[in-house]
Design a protein around this ligand. Structure first.
Ligand code: SF4
Ligand code: SF4
Length: 493
């Protein structure tokens, strides 16, 4: 069996009796599935033994073994043992079991054995696309970072999307043609993406530098890194060098929500940092972590995108700059999934050490007594929803510390699991109801119960979309909330 991902990290597993159920085929992939020992922790109900319940959103809405981590792992082992026939990965059983897995990583965090169904799902999908061509809609979602920059600037596109979002007839026609749910709104690409706004940031501040990237090879990146290091060595500063960070401006922030990237820049600048936004140059495909391709099972494409991003980040890593992420699912690609892609292990480890969510970086600076954010009182209540990958990486603790810095801000947390949007999942016509059912478990009722003046905070693009569609409320990224507490330039202190 030719595997799409690099599962060597699991090589040492399966040596003892506890892992006797390692399948005959699939090597490390099989061993990763065999990590499940069937303890059913992933099927705990809310309130059971005082527990707040398992996070797995598909199990929480279906209460069905097939839609639990355990059920999926068991079926995968049977497929790898040949019990589902020769064409198991193209067959209906595995497709049905993976159908509602939203790759939230809840299992990787909660399962005592760390079963990583999000990664197992990616390999399963990749195997399916080896056996049969992927549907058109899957291709469309997987290649979003390539086509979004091209179509976003098309004249009339914003008008057409607005019309489609207003006219149910047009939305239903769209559903018939594309399989995208008519009841789901489509996001409007920004009239001016972040990379076009960047010049203004650079012009008005010495604390933001232009580092737009055109696609380049690792070799040009290492040349740039060498130059950067040489220049830094020659500079021999007489005063302490300003702290510098690279800010990863993901495809979503660049094209759909540039205000989030602007807020990230503003907050980091207010903290006295020199910010190097990492963003594709105008006219080029987005510099992408590979998330969209990965989620669709296009792992080869995801690998090439991650490789290009690694090259673009090389000069920053060489200069010792932290790489700061705004979108939780993109940052988790750089710390987790990238380890399974078979890329340069040293470069991947280096990136893993320096890639941080905005809240992690700022909380770390706070801990080191280096953070001086001039935050003003914000007399409001903030209702906060954590993205699945923030929960998986434990970054909500950092978020908590930062929100506590804002004077007069009352913070309430929503005890939610996945918002149910999960990238393309919530757009898919056949998944629209399940997507909303996941959101209705906790997120949407909490948002509806919030006072109209409450500030809603959600750092995931998908989560904000689900809140808008499901509760008709706007929410903001953490960076935007912190930005709102910064002094207005020129205003009396
Ligand atoms: S996935 Fe983890 S929690 Fe669920 S049954 Fe398997 S070992 Fe237990
Ligand atoms: S990744 Fe999320 S949805 Fe999939 S099995 Fe794990 S917890 Fe459930």
């Amino acid at each position: 069996m030719k595997l799409a991902l690099d599962w060597r990290a699991y090589d040492g597993y399966g040596e003892g009796d506890a892992y006797a159920a390692v399948p005959k085929r699939g090597e490390g992939f099989g061993k990763a599935a065999a990590l499940c020992i069937g303890s059913r922790q992933c099927q705990k109900a809310r309130g059971e033994a005082g527990d707040k319940g398992v996070m797995c959103p598909s199990y929480r809405i279906r209460h069905d073994e097939l839609h639990s981590t355990r059920g999926r792992a068991a079926l995968l082992r049977r497929a790898l043992d040949g019990e589902l026939g020769e064409a198991a990965f193209a067959g209906p059983e595995l497709a049905a079991a993976m159908d509602l897995c939203v790759a939230c990583k809840g299992c990787k965090r909660e399962c005592p054995n760390g079963v990583d169904m999000a990664a197992l799902r990616a390999e399963t999908l990749a195997q399916r696309w080896l056996a049969q061509p992927p549907p058109r809609r899957t291709r469309l979602f997987a290649t979003l970072p390539q086509w979004l920059p091209r179509v976003a600037a098309l004249p009339g596109l914003r008008g057409l999307i607005t019309l489609r979002n207003r006219l149910p007839l047009l939305a239903r026609l769209g559903e018939r043609l594309t399989g995208i749910a008519a009841r789901r709104s489509l996001p409007l690409p920004a009239a001016r993406p972040f990379h076009r706004r960047l010049a203004a940031h650079t012009a008005d501040s010495p604390h933001t530098s232009h580092t737009s990237h055109t696609p380049h090879t690792p070799q040009t990146a290492s040349t740039a890194a060498a130059n950067a290091l040489a220049a830094a060595a020659a500079a021999a500063p007489a005063v302490p060098a300003p702290r510098e960070v690279a800010l990863l401006v993901d495809c979503f922030a660049n094209h759909l929500d540039p205000a989030v990237a602007e807020a990230g820049v503003a907050v980091l600048r207010a903290a006295g940092l020199v910010v190097h936004p990492v963003v594709a140059a105008a006219g080029h495909a987005a510099l992408c972590c590979g998330r969209a391709a990965w989620s669709a099972g296009f792992v080869g494409q995801a690998r090439e995108q991650a490789r290009a991003l690694l090259a673009a980040l090389a000069p920053h890593l060489a200069a010792g700059r932290p790489v700061i992420g705004l979108e939780p699912s993109c940052l988790s690609m750089l710390r987790d999934e990238i380890n399974l892609m078979g890329l340069d292990a040293q470069a991947v480890q280096h990136l893993g050490r320096q890639a941080l969510m905005l809240e992690e970086y700022l909380a770390r600076e706070l801990e080191a007594k280096r953070l001086a954010l001039p935050l003003q009182p914000l007399p409001a209540t903030a209702l906060v929803h954590g993205h699945c990958h923030q929960k998986a990486f434990g970054t909500l603790k950092s978020m908590r510390k930062l929100l506590a810095l804002v004077p007069k801000l009352q913070v309430q947390w929503i005890e939610s699991s996945c918002c149910g949007m999960a990238g393309s999942f919530g757009y898919e016509a056949e998944h629209h109801a399940d997507s909303l059912a996941m959101a209705e478990l906790a997120l949407l009722p909490a948002v509806r119960a919030a006072a109209p003046e409450a500030l809603l905070v959600a750092s995931g693009t998908s989560c904000r979309h689900q809140i808008r569609d499901g509760a008709q409320r706007e929410s903001m990224h953490l960076a935007q909330l912190l930005q709102a507490a910064l002094p207005v330039p020129g205003a009396p202190a």
